[in-house]
Design a protein around this ligand. Structure first.
Ligand SMILES: Cc1cc2nc3c(=O)[nH]c(=O)nc-3n(C[C@H](O)[C@H](O)[C@H](O)COP(=O)(O)OP(=O)(O)OC[C@H]3O[C@@H](n4cnc5c(N)ncnc54)[C@H](O)[C@@H]3O)c2cc1C
Length: 373
């Protein structure tokens, strides 16, 4: 297996690094809510290079590149601590390209490609996270068949406070129909009846609750067939596996925290050296797993199991790096606003968002090991 990049890919990586040099102080990866105007402006600058549409087919205005370029881009952005990859250009746009009508593509793709509009993902609910197929937010078709009315509540929406549109998974079938009774809608966040309420998080940023009270969306804002959302969200997730949990994030955590330990004159302590060396080996492991996910996708394979393993290791390593520096750095590492304690507080949510570690282990045990049928 060859995990290296070819010369064209390396040249692209250099171009990305050069671009990101202007955003070295952006620091939008952890608490994007604190830096949204600046992150948005960086996405607009990326759009000038058409990087938001890097992998979209050229017929839809994209550059037609493959997953390697996309991996390089978002891994470098993570290493630079600039931002997370935007959902609009990824999950939303790729679903519209695959399942949207010609009119929907014309309405949405160009605005996403240019970075003019951004989306929040409205899937989870208070009683439906791991068990997403049990969600209850109801979309009812009007008698004249022109619009749906949305009623219910979503929970834990990242960035919803700053985004322009909501990508909403809603129930159009019976509750018993589970995943076979769900549809996808685009909803303007400014529509009547939408209310976004903050849920403060441990790192000082926020997730959100989003309430829908009689919100009307036209049938043109339903993407894909009625009751056909389950396969759309599955395919969109599969498209993004190589850019979720990029190893650049943990590599940078390790480098920053090693620098912090040296700055505090702790680098000579044998206990510090032993513990950080062990973590360095595990960071390399995340880099190899990240490349394995990518290699599987480039080969056209199913990366579900690789991505689940990557998520378990990546999120555990980022917690362990931060935890080690807190253990080794003494009281100063715990002072609010210091890098170690911010990284630690942020890292705690990583094993939950995007599917919990228990769910990831369940994927590995069933699909790789064949345990439990
Ligand atoms: C930082 C962050 C960002 C998020 N961003 C978004 C977003 O933008 N949009 C969105 O829609 N959602 C988002 N979420 C929600 C996220 O997807 C859910 O929190 C996650 O899927 C877990 O669901 P839950 O919170 O309902 O917990 P539950 O599913 O209720 O799980 C509770 C506990 O039970 C365990 N558990 C549940 N089922 C099983 C099982 N079958 N086997 C073993 N253990 C199980 C879980 O692992 C967990 O420990 C985000 C969450 C976080 C933390």
């Amino acid at each position: 297996m060859n995990y290296g990049f070819n010369s064209e890919e390396l040249a692209f990586r250099d171009e990305v690094r050069e671009f990101l040099a202007d955003y070295a102080d952006l620091d939008g990866f952890y608490c994007q809510g604190h830096r949204w105007p600046e992150v948005r402006s960086m996405f607009s600058a990326m759009a000038q290079k058409n990087w938001l549409a890097l992998t979209w087919p050229t017929e839809f205005g994209g550059l037609g590149k493959g997953p390697v370029h996309e991996y390089i881009l978002w891994n470098e952005v993570a290493y630079a601590r600039a931002a997370r990859n935007p959902l609009a250009a990824g999950i939303v746009a790729k679903s519209i390209i695959r399942y949207g009508t010609a009119a929907q593509r014309a309405t949405w793709l160009e605005r996403i490609r240019t970075g003019d509009i951004h989306f929040s993902l409205c899937y989870s609910e208070p009683e439906a996270g791991s068990d997403l197929a049990g969600l209850r937010l109801k979309a009812t078709l009007s008698d004249d068949g022109t619009c749906y009315e949305l009623n219910g509540q979503k929970c834990w929406q990242s960035y919803a406070q700053d985004m322009d549109f909501l990508w909403v998974l809603a129930r159009t079938g019976t509750q018993d129909s589970r995943g076979r009774g769900l549809s996808l809608f685009i909803c303007d966040k400014a529509a009547n009846g939408v209310r976004v309420a903050p849920l403060p998080t441990l790192d000082g940023d926020q997730l959100n609750e989003v309430f829908f009270d009689g919100v009307r969306v036209s049938v043109e804002q339903r993407i894909g067939d009625e009751n056909g959302a389950w396969s759309i969200i599955g395919e969109a997730l599969a498209d993004e596996r190589h850019i979720q949990f990029p190893p650049g994030r943990v590599r940078r955590d390790l480098e920053d925290l090693v620098a912090w330990l040296n700055d505090h004159d702790l680098g000579h302590d044998p206990m510090v050296r032993e513990r950080m060396a062990d973590l360095a080996a595990r960071v390399l492991e995340t880099e190899m797993l990240g490349r394995k996910v990518l290699a599987t996708m480039v080969a056209g394979g199913n990366a579900t199991v690789d991505a689940a393993m990557n998520k378990i290791i990546h999120t555990t390593v980022c917690q362990d790096i931060a935890r080690a520096v807190l253990d080794l750095g003494g009281p100063e590492a715990l002072v609010t606003g210091n890098r170690p304690e911010l990284i630690w507080r942020q890292s705690l949510t990583e094993t939950i968002g995007g599917g919990t570690s228990e769910i990831m282990r369940s994927v590995v045990s069933r699909q790789l090991l064949g345990l439990g049928g």
